[in-house]
Structure formats: structure tokens, C-alpha cells
Design a protein around this ligand. Structure first.
Ligand code: SAM
Ligand code: SF4
Length: 333
């Protein structure tokens, strides 16, 4: 099979060049929008081994995928996860290896991640106030994440981006402070609208919803935002502030349909290939991997076949009953 041109093209002509790989559903935090407090996690035998994940990375890149993002759950709590980064970092054909993390383990891992070939890193940070940070994450310590951000800066990644999920009455009044924090450190920042993934008993998503438009209006009171045509291969739309390096992104699944330019798929920690974040169309890659332990061509054929079921788009609705019962940690954010 040719490895020269993209082979993953769906029915709508979209080329899949970006894969988000969830390496665990477990996490050391319990963010209110992501997980229930008493989550049941997957039994280990159901989770792909790190070798199986590296094999998938190889198959995807041989089919033209150029960008891999490692996510979770919290990727850095998976035991021996550095072996996976080292294997992925060595893949020919891969242009970008990126990580999404809550930052708690970065003081330990920032340097080895950079050495393994991770180019860019996204760190979640919803509040700069310790008591609020703790309330949103249910168990996090802000100072640990701030130390993680400093460790990442010192390690010299190409770019570091903060991700903030904005919730009404929880942190919506902190968007200017978060931008000022990012500007002072030369970081990018994206504000994310909450997505209705999974039912979380003590959290009302419709009540907490705060739109990107509202955030931009709030920021515009303090800053002059300039719309930018830049993109990072993901769903963010970017704005800039004159004279500084920081990009301010908005990820607006509710208020802006970004499906037309979708170039990505996700693999859950169990090896389920999700063709769309907001739909259930999927393929069981764990079965394919385990049935064909020595035959990468069989895995690649399955990946190519999966393109026939990539849906045209999602259709999230916060007011309606959730149609997606997966939580974000199981999906791979
Ligand atoms: N644990 C890592 C972290 O928090 O960055 C990686 C996984 S986490 C699921 C990835 C991103 O998804 C985080 O930025 C998180 O804030 C976001 N997220 C989680 N649940 C969400 C939801 N329901 N809607 C929107 N974003 C969500
Ligand atoms: Fe953990 Fe990330 Fe989910 Fe927060 S958003 S609970 S850090 S997986």
C-alpha cells in the first residue's frame, strides 16, 4: 500500500490527518463538567496496551496522518506512558506530536516529554483562584498546576496553550485574568464551551453554559481583539491582541458548527475508533488489533473502511436529553 498520499478520505472528501489518542480514562482530578465524583473506570484488560497504541500510531501515520495528540483521562497518570511518547516521537511521517494534560504531573514529565519529541502541549486551567480551582476540579491544587506550567515553559516546547472551560457563575468572571496570565507568559489560550458529554448528576450544563460570544464581549471591554485567520489544525478560532504573541482561541461546539473542515478522529482508551465527537459511529479497533497481531495491513484496511461511516457532523443540544452517554474522560478530549 502506498504511504505517500493520504489514504483516509471520508464520503464528504475530508482528509483525516489528525488523530487524538486517549491513553487512559483515569484521572487524578474530577472536573465537574467532565466526570462524576464517583466514576467507575475501565478494567485494565479492556484498555489498549501501550504497545497496541504505538502500533495504531504507526498504522495511522502510514496512512497519511501527520498529527497525533495524546489525551485522556489524564495521560500522565498512565504507568510507563513515556514509552509510548518515545515510540510515537520516533514515527517517520509524523509532523506534530502533542499532549493535552491537566498539568499536575508536568513538574516530573515536562523535560522527558520534550526529549521524546512532543512539540506542543495544552494545559487545562479554569481558574487562578485556589479555592475555585479546587471546587471545579473537586480535588486539584492550583499551585501544582502552576508549577507544571512553569516546568513546561522551562522545557522549551514550541508552543504552550492553556485550555479553559468557561462556566457561568463558576469562572466566567475570570476570563480577563486568564488572558492576562497567558500574555504575561507568552502562552496561547483557548476558551471552550462546555459540551454535553455524559450525564453528571450534580451539574446542570444548560445552567452553566457561557457562550464564546459572551466571553469575547467580556474581553473586549479590556482588550482590543483582532480576528485572525490562523488555525492550529484543531477547531479553535483565533483572535489576537495587538503587540503580543498570545493567540486567544474559542472552541464553540454549541454556537459554531466546525464540522465542515473536520480532519480528525479519536481513539478511546479501549480502542474504539470514534469518527465524530458528537455521534456514536465507531469501530472496534481493539478487536482488529488483537485478531491480527502481526498484520498491520489488516489494521490499515480497517482504518480505511472506517471512513465510510464518518458522519457529516454532530448535533449537540444542551436543552435536550443527552444523546451521547460517554463522558469526556472516556472520549479523549
Ligand atoms: N486530563 C487532561 C486535561 O484536562 O487537559 C486531558 C483530557 S480532558 C478530557 C481534555 C479537555 O477537555 C480539557 O481541556 C477539559 O477541560 C475538556 N473537557 C472535559 N469535559 C468537557 C466538556 N464536557 N465540555 C468541554 N470540554 C470538556
Ligand atoms: Fe481529568 Fe481532564 Fe477530565 Fe479534568 S478534564 S477530570 S483533568 S480528564
Amino acid at each position: 500500500m502506498s504511504t505517500e498520499r493520504p489514504a483516509l478520505i471520508d464520503r464528504f472528501g475530508r482528509h483525516v490527518t489528525y488523530v487524538r489518542l486517549s491513553v487512559t480514562d483515569r484521572c487524578d482530578l474530577r472536573c465537574v463538567y467532565c466526570m462524576a465524583e464517583d466514576m467507575a473506570f475501565l478494567p485494565r484488560a479492556q484498555v489498549l496496551t501501550l504497545e497496541e497504541m504505538a502500533r495504531l500510531g504507526r498504522c495511522f501515520t502510514e496512512l497519511g496522518v501527520t498529527k497525533l495528540r495524546v489525551t485522556g483521562g489524564e495521560p500522565l497518570v498512565r504507568r510507563d506512558v513515556m514509552t509510548l511518547f518515545e515510540a510515537l516521537g520516533a514515527l517517520p511521517g509524523l509532523k506534530e506530536l502533542t499532549l493535552t494534560t491537566n498539568g499536575t504531573q508536568l513538574p516530573r514529565f515536562a523535560k522527558p516529554l520534550k526529549a521524546a519529541g512532543v512539540n506542543r502541549i495544552n494545559i487545562s486551567l479554569d481558574s487562578l483562584r485556589p479555592e475555585r480551582f479546587r471546587a471545579i476540579t473537586r480535588k486539584g491544587h492550583l499551585e501544582q498546576v502552576l508549577a507544571g506550567i512553569e516546568a513546561a515553559r522551562a522545557a522549551g516546547f514550541d508552543r504552550i496553550k492553556l485550555n479553559s472551560v468557561v462556566l457561568k457563575h463558576r469562572n466566567h468572571d475570570e476570563v480577563s485574568d486568564l488572558v492576562a496570565f497567558a500574555i504575561a507568559r507568552g502562552l496561547d489560550i483557548s476558551f471552550i464551551e462546555e459540551m454535553p458529554l455524559g450525564v453528571i448528576g450534580d451539574h446542570d450544563r444548560a445552567e452553566a453554559f457561557y457562550s464564546s460570544e459572551q466571553i469575547r464581549a467580556d474581553l473586549s471591554k479590556h482588550l482590543e481583539l483582532i480576528a485572525s485567520a490562523e488555525h492550529s489544525g484543531g477547531p479553535s478560532r483565533y483572535w489576537r491582541v495587538a503587540g503580543v504573541d498570545t493567540r486567544i482561541g474559542f472552541i464553540s461546539p454549541q454556537s459554531h458548527n466546525f464540522c465542515g473542515s473536520c480532519n480528525r478522529v479519536r481513539v478511546t482508551a479501549e480502542g474504539r475508533l470514534l469518527l465524530c465527537l458528537g455521534q456514536e459511529h465507531s469501530m472496534d479497533l481493539r478487536r482488529v488489533l488483537r485478531a491480527n497481531p502481526l498484520d498491520d495491513e489488516a489494521v490499515k484496511r480497517a482504518l480505511i473502511q472506517s471512513m465510510a461511516i464518518k458522519p457529516e457532523g454532530h448535533d449537540f443540544d444542551l436543552e435536550a436529553k443527552p444523546i451521547i452517554f460517554r463522558h469526556m474522560n472516556a472520549t479523549g478530549g
